[in-house]
Design a protein around this ligand. Structure first.
Ligand code: ATP
Ligand code: MG
Length: 242
């Protein structure tokens, strides 16, 4: 029988508002402006997912689909040291794939799903979900097709998360100019891209933003079991922390 496992983010404050961390068998989305820590969180969780359960981990391997070319093995090594893990082992437990277009992103997801058979993967990172779709489908007339392809990708993601007891963490961008949609955006005017199809697929949605000084703020916007709360965190050499 599969049991939901919660994987720590590296920040006790953020874990607390999440009810212990990001859940397996579920899709979580973090979105926010540039440099707010989406990729750093992805790196941090790629190490933590490997840790014993009493350290917030899930004792599993990690698959990492990178659509922006921002994965850095050296960061994995630094974060591993924080948790007393051998850096090379931590790197080896991460199956890395760089997607070059949206079709390739789908192919990689299918490949990754094959790796999951008979292996203890517990975390799948997609950093970021929309970047390549936005490049491949630019015109207004292409929006329907984009959303259709996106829907296929997200259906597969949902299936993979449930079948293999994996936590899916996907990062997302915000609309640079909410414009006419400003009324529907949060009080701060920041709205994730991807429309209702993406909103529907994400069980948990978290807005990240810059706070005072080096501080960052995470706000739960959508959760199956937790109230809308905020937590602050920082980015360190050892990854996301309080
Ligand atoms: P984008 O939308 O551009 O992809 P992002 O949300 O993914 O942005 P990250 O790349 O996760 O942003 O975060 C970048 C921030 O992390 C920068 O402010 C950078 O200074 C900080 N950072 C990166 N490495 C370290 C480190 N070793 N120690 C402390 N801070 C770091
Ligand atoms: Mg990034």
């Amino acid at each position: 029988r599969k049991r939901v496992i919660r994987i720590s983010t590296g920040s006790k404050g953020l874990d607390a508002v999440l009810g212990g961390g990001f859940q397996t068998m579920s899709i979580s989305e973090v979105f926010g402006e540039f440099r707010c820590g989406k990729t750093q969180l992805s790196h941090t969780m790629s190490v933590i997912a490997q840790l014993p359960k009493d350290m917030g981990g899930a004792e599993g391997k990690v698959a990492y689909i990178d659509t922006e070319g921002t994965f850095r093995p050296e960061r994995i090594a630094q974060i591993a040291e924080r948790f007393g893990v051998d850096p090379e082992t931590a790197q080896d437990n991460i199956t890395y794939a760089r997607a070059v277009n949206s079709e390739h992103q789908m192919e990689l997801l299918n490949k990754v799903a094959e790796f999951f058979v008979g292996n203890e993967y517990r975390l799948l990172i997609i950093d970021s979900i929309m970047a390549l779709f936005r490049v491949d489908y630019t015109g207004r007339g292409e929006l329907n097709e984009r959303q259709q392809k996106l829907n296929q990708f997200l259906s597969k993601l949902t299936h993979v998360a449930e079948e293999f007891n994996v936590a899916v963490l996907m990062t997302n961008q915000v609309q640079s100019d909410p414009g006419a949609n400003a009324l529907f955006a949060g009080a701060d005017g920041r709205k994730p891209v991807g429309g209702h199809i993406l909103a529907h697929a994400s069980a948990t949605r978290i807005l990240l933003r810059k706070g005072r000084g080096e501080e960052r703020v995470a706000k739960i916007q959508d959760s199956p079991d937790m109230p809308e709360k905020e937590a602050t965190y920082i980015i360190t050499n050892g990854g996301i922390n309080d």
